[in-house]
Design a protein around this ligand. Structure first.
Ligand code: IPE
Ligand code: IPE
Ligand code: MG
Length: 246
């Protein structure tokens, strides 16, 4: 049986988060500039997104550009921002055809005005689509997101809108930039690296982690399906014993 046939559609993860890593190495292996890898990575995004829509995964979140990535060489950062603009422009039609709503998390104020304008435009155009929410983590840092939530809560307490005693996990989560997305149940990282790199630290508390050595430009929907099959074969115990789950 193929991976897609092995998937139990009644037990799909509702939210899959991906760290799309390895574009630079993919290009280097071919003697090309890193940007070439980023460009080919867009093909993977398209295929994986359509694969997710096809089986009915309602939330997909992609680590597209981290806060730390601003420190890369200026030329690479500029090329990535240009790619963001051109990809959004080219893909909006397909997002509409696939019923995908575009969303973004991260410190978007740091994006170049042109990239932000394209992003907002696409988000508005796709706002009423309901099949799948595609969230791009852009200029994103999970510690920034958590500190920002703490700041907003502190301000509300200061203004007398909240009491310190009201603060619990649910209220904290409501102040995260990712709210109201459900927590990801499956987190995939490509390229063989086994780290979180400041991604969704709060939200991944109980996610299943899946690492593959495939580089992002080689990753396709069948690889996504393989990750989902493995996810479905794991026993998620949430602190209980195996016997309690039966
Ligand atoms: C991921 O690929 C894309 C971004 C971080 C923007 P990399 O650019 O990190 O590729 P490697 O890890 O250097 O191969
Ligand atoms: C994480 O990848 C960020 C994105 C995929 C956008 P990096 O390649 O930047 O992370 P590190 O440097 O390996 O931790
Ligand atoms: Mg990398």
């Amino acid at each position: 049986m193929t991976n897609v046939e092995l998937i139990d559609r009644s037990k799909l993860p509702r939210h899959i988060a991906i760290i799309m890593d390895g574009n630079g190495r993919w290009a280097k292996e071919r003697g090309k500039l890193r940007v070439f890898g980023h460009k080919r990575g867009v093909d993977s995004v398209r295929d994986v997104l359509e694969g997710a829509v096809e089986i009915g995964v309602p939330y997909l979140t992609l680590y597209t550009f981290s806060a730390e990535n601003w420190n890369r060489p200026k030329l690479e950062v500029a090329a990535l921002m240009e790619l963001l603009v051109s990809s959004i422009g080219k893909e909006t039609k397909r997002l509409m055809a696939n019923g995908v709503k575009l969303n973004a998390i991260g410190n978007l104020d740091l994006l170049p005005a042109k990239a932000l304008a394209h992003l907002k435009q696409c988000m508005e155009e796709t706002a009423s689509n309901t099949k799948c929410t595609l969230t791009l983590a852009l200029s994103y840092s999970s510690r920034w997101e958590i500190a920002d939530a703490a700041k907003k809560i502190a301000q509300s307490v200061q203004q007398g809108l909240l009491k310190a005693d009201d603060i619990d996990e649910a209220l904290f989560a409501q102040h995260l930039n990712s709210y109201p997305l459900p927590d990801p149940e499956l987190m995939i990282r490509t390229s063989g690296e086994q780290r979180i790199s400041n991604y969704l630290l709060w939200q991944l508390a109980y996610a299943e982690l899946y690492f593959t050595s495939k580089l992002w430009p080689d990753f396709r929907r069948d690889d996504l399906y393989a990750a989902i099959v493995e996810f479905q074969n794991r026993e998620r115990r949430f602190g209980l014993t195996s016997e309690q789950l039966k």
